[in-house]
Design a protein around this ligand. Structure first.
Ligand code: ADP
Length: 635
């Protein structure tokens, strides 16, 4: 079976599109392909992680920077909004116009100075001063102090000139002339009742307080803020090294004069940086720049926001180092996702392979089971056929056996018929003589003699009937299953038949009949036939002996009854087993067929017993042992 299946599989393999190529040779390129695919997927995953990490990192950085920018924008706006209306309110005070109208009146000027002082206290931490139309300070909150503004001329300051020119409020940023401190200047013209401009009042606010609010502990340390004016000069910076630096080195023609005036005594060194371009995820207000400072290079994301009302720009510089960290995180994440995916793929592939293998094995098993079942069914059918055949043969054998037994019986009967003639003739002749004599006695009227003769005749008839009955029984075919038989009875019956023959005359037959029944498994007729055979053979064997003797002995041997038939005849031929072969005989055709012992053995074995024969050890002659299984009477 296996060979056929294997052959079939090979055939299937040959019919595949890769016919001729070995599986190993095919597996190599497939493995290579797998490896390349895995590497490609890994590269793509890492590339995507890199790009996404950059995108996410820059977006995060920009968002933080925009939030910070918005916060500072609000701070500056609040500051401006707080101070912007102050000069206008101050300018409304009639005392200021009065002082401008009468600049030589010391009382008025004193009152104006005191008023300025009060106002400065109310506004908080600022300087307030009043200039006439020539720009000369005539009153200030710091009058009488060593560095008082009184007497200084600020005509060149745009917060003065612009206020006079426009007649509106002006906001201006500059370093103080005296203090060299950064200040925000809010100014407004002072008018008389008719609206004519008499002078300008200015409020100065120091900006370092504003700057101090920038230092937020929780904001990323890598971020720096810078506020640049319209000319690109930084005047507010979280990093002091970046203060008073030029962020727009290419300015217009008037820039130099303007910045010199605004930031006296500052060198305004230009910042060295290069614009790296804008990552695609970022908005217009952001750009990537590289700073060159003190021989170091640093990359920043610069986010710029316009501040309200002024031409200022707030710039937030965030170091891009954290983008690298984000990227590294994404790369790690991507790697982990790839690994998880790869392991899942391996697991699923293995599972699928196992399932397929199992299914294949299941199929093979089913096929094998089906084949085995078919084989079994076939051999079962064959066996059934053989059993039927055997039963038929056994029936035939039994029938043949029965016929053979019958034939053997008839043969025995044939042999005995001569003796029978004699046995029957003698009583018949005697009966005849008794009958004739009886008639004569009747004529004489001797009834007693007639009666005596009739008595003798009845006895003779009984003898003949008994003899015939024995032969009738012997000639009868045995039918029905074996049952329980007393072993003494078939011996009695067989002896009767044998002793009826002429041949048995002069033979001493010793039959030590046991006093109690010897019940055994058997059948009276069959066992009787066996014993007739054994005794007939013994009678023939002792023929011509001086003192012919036949002995029948009964003994017990284990679970068996043993019946021994021995004679002092000529004994068995050399090979004693041959006498049990069918048609083995040493006699003439008339005397025997050579079937007696073979049939007898078969009969005994069919009854579960045994029949053996051998020559006697204690003298001439043979002895046959018939063994039958003991049974209890009720069985
Ligand atoms: P048959 O008596 O027809 O020859 P048997 O099968 O009864 O057939 O016997 C076979 C042969 O066994 C006999 O021819 C005889 O030679 C031998 N045999 C049987 N019984 C005895 C015996 N008691 N003594 C000697 N030989 C015997």
């Amino acid at each position: 079976m296996a060979a056929v299946r294997q052959g079939g599989w090979r055939k299937g393999q040959l019919s595949c599109p890769f016919a001729g190529a070995s599986l190993e040779a095919l597996a190599e390129p497939v493995h290579m392909l797998y490896r390349i695919s895995v590497v490609v997927v890994l590269m793509v995953t890492l590339l995507l992680s890199w790009v996404l990490g950059g995108w996410f990192g820059y977006r995060q950085l920009e968002q933080d920077s925009v939030q910070e920018a918005f916060r500072y924008r609000q701070l500056v706006a609040n500051e401006l909004n707080r101070y912007l209306p102050v000069p206008e309110l101050v300018a409304e005070h009639p005392l200021l116009a009065e002082a401008l109208k009468h600049p030589d009146d010391p009382v008025t000027l004193l009152r104006a100075n005191e008023q300025m002082q009060r106002m400065a206290i109310i506004v908080g931490g600022s300087d307030i001063y009043l200039m006439d139309l020539s720009g000369l300070t005539i009153a200030a909150n710091n009058f009488g102090q060593p560095n008082t503004f009184v007497g200084n001329n600020y005509a060149f300051r745009p917060y003065f000139s612009d206020a006079v020119k426009t007649g509106e409020s002006v906001v201006y940023f500059a370093l103080g002339i005296m203090s060299l401190e950064r200040g925000l200047y809010f100014s407004h013209p002072v008018r008389d009742e008719r609206g004519k401009i008499l002078g300008v009042v200015a409020v100065k606010v120091l900006v370092h307080e504003l700057e101090s609010q920038w230092h937020r502990p929780d904001f990323r340390r890598q971020a720096d803020m810078v506020v640049i004016d319209g000319d690109g000069i930084s005047f507010l910076a979280s990093n002091t090294g970046w203060l008073y630096r030029d962020f727009l080195p290419e300015g217009d023609d008037g820039k130099s004069a303007r910045v010199q005036q605004r930031y006296p005594e500052r060198d305004l060194r230009p910042m060295e940086f290069g614009i790296q371009g804008k990552p695609w995820v970022l908005s217009e207000q952001s750009s990537r720049i590289r700073m060159y400072e003190q021989g170091e290079e640093r990359d920043y994301l610069a986010v710029s926001t316009d501040l309200p009302r002024l031409d200022w720009q707030l710039m937030v510089f965030a170091e891009t180092r954290q983008v690298a960290w984000t990227r590294a995180g994404f790369l790690l994440g991507g790697g982990a996702v790839f690994l998880a995916g790869f392991l899942t793929w391996l697991y699923l592939r293995e599972r699928y392979r196992r399932e397929r293998e199992l299914a294949l094995r299941g199929e093979q098993l089913e096929r094998r089971v089906a084949q085995r079942t078919a084989d079994l069914k076939r051999s079962n059918d064959q066996l059934l056929g053989e059993i039927q055949e055997r039963e038929r043969t056994q029936t035939e054998l039994r029938e043949t056996q029965q016929e053979l037994i019958q034939a053997a019986k008839l043969a025995v009967l044939g042999q005995m018929s001569a003796g029978l003639n004699h046995e029957l003739n003698q009583p018949l002749t005697a009966i005849q003589a008794y009958a004739r004599n009886s008639r004569k006695f009747l004529e004489r009227g001797d009834a007693d003699m007639v009666d005596a003769n009739l008595q003798e005749m009845v006895i003779l008839c009984d003898k003949m009937a008994e003899l015939i009955r024995q032969f009738k029984v012997f000639a009868r075919k045995s039918e029905g299953p074996p049952s329980v038989v007393d072993l003494r009875l078939p011996v009695d019956a067989a002896l009767k038949i044998i002793t009826a023959q002429n041949a048995s005359e002069g033979i001493t037959i010793r039959w030590q009949r046991p006093g109690s029944a010897l019940m055994c498994h058997g059948d009276l007729i069959r066992v009787e036939q066996v014993l007739v055979n054994l005794l007939a053979n013994a009678v023939q064997a002792v023929e011509g002996q001086e003192q012919p003797e036949i002995e029948i002995l009964m003994t017990e041997e284990g679970d068996y009854w043993r019946c021994l038939v021995r004679d002092n005849g000529h004994g068995l031929p050399g090979n004693t087993e041959r006498v049990f072969e069918p048609f083995f005989t040493t006699r003439s055709v008339k005397q025997g067929l050579g079937l007696g012992l073979s049939i007898s053995r078969q009969i005994v074995e069919a009854l579960g017993g045994s029949l053996t024969g051998h020559n006697r050890a204690d003298g001439p002659g043979a002895e046959f042992v018939l063994k039958l299984k003991q049974r209890r009477a009720e069985e």
